[in-house]
Design a protein around this ligand. Structure first.
Ligand code: ARG
Length: 462
């Protein structure tokens, strides 16, 4: 191995174990494009500051392009002795263009460099994730609108509660994923700052035009404090935290799909293409994709906890502990992207069993609230009406009947306020249609909301 770029003060070579232990190259090599982009912009700033001549900056930039080509083609030999991606790029540049390459690191430290690379990487990835989330929201809306008339039991405590439209239920997820998108855009706001120029911690002593570098790299702002710029990873934490919340939503959707595709519910059937079999039980069709989506949520929470724990109580400014930020970050990006890629086609190919959902609304007294509301309309205080409806439910359970099947005399046995229109008042359709309040499940509302969200999605916004 050649001499290390920082080996000047050292008399002994690093122990092989330290090389391995210290290195981040096996995982931060994925940042090479961002590292090189940042380096090219830094070269431009060095030229403007008079550190590099125009031809020197040109040679460095061309050299960087050659390094990038090599690394992108897979022809580059990544070695632990390089320690990290920053040193690997610089060392290779020096090999290719000679000692001039050694001028590139003027006025820069790996501390501001690594902060820059992660920010550049995150900007790309957050946009990518937002666009995948857009695809998921679009599919949810498509499934909702293709099944706009489908009623299903809404649940509380996993007990049948009140009938709702399936479309309303799916649009609940739309709202969650919409907020997740907003959280990611918000995180992006704080990622979008250029740390380069902070140097090791105190700021670069060269007259580097940070605004120029920010412009070249597409950053909205430059960081205001050099110590903060190299010390914090709150932007990474914020991103993973937004992902953790999004995965919490994914896990709830997954759990419902798992329940709904069970023999106990039979509300949906996942397509064969998105299900798996059992090695022993021939009849099995398992919702593995949903289970993995649910399981991977734990993994993202783990990543969030890992980075929060790494950063806890670190003194300012840079500490090598912070190298531990990358694996949780990369794993979060990879996991979230894999989940967001597979859910839309899985949802789109799922069979919705409308009849099963509807017949599940018939039992479980989902209309008991409507019976109480009927009495309220006749002037009975709700608390009394609730009591009458409760007694009616107990009566039905004893008789093995549903509320809809009761004769008028039976209703009137509980309250003289009941009239012949009670049967219609407790029908599923009436129950759903009555929820006309803004945000409620009535078909009119849901249709209106579907239109709105379709327009939102077309605009490409949240
Ligand atoms: N590989 C390092 C990291 O990921 C880069 C910064 C190293 N800085 C240093 N002073 N050793 O954090």
């Amino acid at each position: 191995m050649k001499k290390k770029l920082w080996s000047g003060r050292f008399k002994e070579a690093t122990h092989g174990l330290v090389d391995e232990f210290n290195a981040s190259i096996s995982f931060d090599c994925r940042l090479f494009r961002h590292d090189i982009r940042g380096s090219a912009a830094h070269a431009a700033a060095l030229e403007k500051a008079g550190v590099l001549t125009g031809p020197e900056a040109g040679r460095i930039t061309r050299g960087l392009a050659a390094v990038e080509k090599e690394m992108a083609s897979g022809g580059f030999a990544w070695k632990a002795g390089h320690e990290d991606v920053h040193m690997a790029v610089e060392a290779r540049l020096i090999e290719l263009i000679g000692p001039l390459g050694g001028k590139l690191h003027t006025g820069r430290s790996r501390n501001d460099q690594v902060a820059l690379d992660i920010r550049l990487y995150l900007k790309d990835e957050i946009y990518g994730i937002i666009s995948l989330l857009h695809g998921l929201k679009k599919t949810l809306v498509e499934v909702a609108s293709a099944n706009a008339d489908c009623v299903m039991p809404g649940y509380t405590h996993l007990q049948r509660a009140q009938p709702v439209l399936l479309a309303h239920h799916l649009l609940a997820y739309y709202e969650m994923f919409k907020r997740d998108t907003a959280r990611l855009f918000d995180a992006l706001e704080r990622v979008d700052e250029l740390p380069l120029g902070a140097g090791a911690l105190a700021g670069s002593p060269y007259n580097l035009d940070r605004k120029l570098v920010a412009r070249l790299l597409g950053f909205a702002r430059v960081t205001e404090n050099s110590i903060d710029a190299v010390s914090d990873r709150d932007f990474t934490i914020e991103f993973i935290s937004a992902c953790a919340i999004m995965m919490m939503h994914i896990s709830r959707l997954s759990e419902e799909l798992i329940l709904w595709s069970s023999q106990e519910f039979r509300f949906v059937e996942l397509s064969d293409a998105f299900s798996t079999g059992s090695s022993i039980m021939p009849q099995k069709k398992n919702p593995d994709v949903c289970e993995l989506g649910r399981g991977k949520t734990g993994r993202i929470y783990g990543n969030l906890t890992a980075i929060l724990s790494v950063m806890k109580a670190l003194p300012l400014a840079y500490n090598k502990d912070m190298q531990e930020d990358k694996e949780p970050l990369f794993d979060t990006v990879d996991t979230v992207k894999a989940v967001l890629r597979i859910y839309p086609p899985m949802l789109a190919s799922m069979r919705v069993r409308k009849d099963e959902m509807r017949s599940a609304c018939e039992t479980g007294f989902l209309n008991a609230t409507d019976a109480a509301d009927y009495l309220v309309k006749k002037g009975l205080p709700f608390r009394d009406a609730h009591h009458v409806a409760g007694r009616l439910v107990a009566y039905c359970i004893k008789k093995g009947k549903t509320l809809g099947a009761l004769e008028l005399v039976e209703w009137r046995g509980f309250s003289k306020l009941f009239g012949p229109d009670i049967t219609k008042a407790v029908s599923i359709e009436t129950s759903v249609a009555a929820r006309r309040i803004h945000g409620g499940t009535s078909p009119a509302n849901v249709k209106k909301r579907l239109k709105e969200v379709m327009a939102e999605l077309k605009k490409g916004g949240c």
